[in-house]
Design a protein around this ligand. Sequence first.
Ligand SMILES: [Fe+2]
Length: 184
Amino acid sequence: MSIVDDLLALYADKGRAQYGGEPVSQLAHALQSAALAEAEGAGDTLIAAALLHDVGHLVDRHADGAAEAGVDRQHEDIAAGYLARWFAPAVVEPIRRHVAAKRCLVTTEPGYFAALSEESVRSLKVQGGAFTPDEASRFLAMPGAEDALRLRKWDDLAKVANAKTPDLARYRRRLEAGLKPSSS
Ligand SMILES: [Fe+2]
């Protein structure tokens, strides 16, 4: 089994779990994120990142009850740490930064906060809240910040109950394209 087989199996199995307090499963959320990335003409690596951005929730053995207890498990770091062994930085880094991207957008983009779901507002608090203007500037100056912001916006929109999406298996090629040369 390759890592891509493992991930597809993980989503097919554990992906049926509810995505936090949102009206979609983890799998539906992942597929909607990837479909939005595809619709916007993103490249393979960013589509792979969109699909996998919340894998930290699926591989975290201590996730149960954490959100309700107000504990931030830092699923973005769990995901990045897990994926970095196999996937290229172009996949891993936007995932690592997708929470920071939310903290940035709350500060820099008028109307962004008001459009966040209730659950995202709740998690924002335990994730450290809005960036200061200085923190936002530093984030925006980092290489790859643009990809993290794009991923974040797909993430925010990918919470539509019963939305039609492509099948998980259709993303195999995108995931394989995101592997580091030594992993493929
Ligand atoms: Fe997400």
